[in-house]
Design a protein around this ligand. Structure first.
Ligand code: ADP
Ligand code: MG
Length: 259
């Protein structure tokens, strides 16, 4: 993991509202996530955490509001002060640089570990197969899986699969990485190996947004913590402030249950 230390990937969430039918999944969310920071999102089930992550990389279209990553509007192109909606193929191009790590790893079962990692770079980056393979091997080594290049996903533990999924995301040189409960499908003894890979990334200055219930990880690694409930941001601030001196009753009550 010898990535650039240059700070890229400022995420600006401006008035995002998302409804499913008549129900609000997100209500007027405003957040600024500084480039190079680690932000942990906490909140009870159904509070809108996944929907917010999916909205950031435009897997979900917001009903209102916009999201900017550096100077790009997700899902839009700005021309003469007007936002024009992008076609799906152009949204896909934007999404390539917004890494997403899923709770259930989502590796392609019919591809080997190496094939899983080189597939997207070969399709979307200007890179030769030899270069893609070399990069994939380096990334696998950096997540401690140099010996699993030719393994199949089903031969790996959950923790190993998730580390492959992280390497796969890194292979696209993302500006930001979004993690949706990356350890919640893992047996307890495998959680640590995945968190330590994420910690390693944090040290490199990647912008990361991590939905997790691992408060210890948040205390150790997060710069900022956002607490959500019922589609709104109840409280946000430095990790120290929100975790150690929460101001809102709902935050206090949530933290007392998960710690
Ligand atoms: P969390 O990740 O915090 O558990 P979600 O973002 O998954 O919360 O869900 C927020 C709310 O939006 C929930 O009430 C959920 O049922 C609803 N929701 C999420 N996705 C959909 C969908 N595709 N269709 C309908 N309702 C949805
Ligand atoms: Mg969720």
């Amino acid at each position: 993991m010898t990535e650039t230390l240059k700070k890229i990937g400022h995420i600006s969430i401006q008035g995002i509202t998302k409804k499913f039918g008549l129900d609000y999944a997100l209500k007027d969310i405003h957040l600024e996530i500084p480039a190079g920071s680690v932000t942990v999102i906490l909140g009870p089930s159904g509070s809108g955490k996944t929907t917010l992550l999916r909205t950031i990389n435009r897997l979900e279209k917001a009903d209102e509001g916009v999201i900017q990553i550096d100077d790009e509007f997700m899902g839009y192109r700005l021309k003469n002060d007007t936002l024009y909606e992008l076609k799906e193929k152009d949204v896909l191009k934007q999404r390539i640089h917004v890494g997403y790590v899923f709770q259930n790893f989502n590796l392609f079962p019919h591809l080997t570990v190496l094939q899983n990692i080189i597939e997207a770079p070969l399709a979307h980056l200007d890179i030769s197969k030899a270069e893609a393979i070399e990069k994939a091997k380096k990334l696998l080594a950096s997540v401690g899986l140099a010996d699993k290049v030719d393994a199949w996903p089903q031969q790996l533990s959950g923790g190993q699969q998730q580390r492959v999924a992280i390497a796969r995301t890194l292979a696209l040189d993302p500006k930001v990485i979004l993690f949706d409960e990356p350890t919640s499908a893992l047996d307890p003894e495998l959680v640590g190996e995945v968190l330590s890979v994420i910690k390693q990334l944090a040290k490199l200055g990647k912008t990361m947004v991590v939905v997790t219930h691992e408060i210890g990880f948040a205390k150790e690694v997060a710069d900022y913590v956002v607490f959500m409930d019922k589609g709104t941001v109840i409280e946000h601030g430095s990790a120290d402030a929100v975790l150690n001196r929460p101001q809102e009753e709902r935050t206090k009550s949530f933290l007392s249950k998960v710690i």
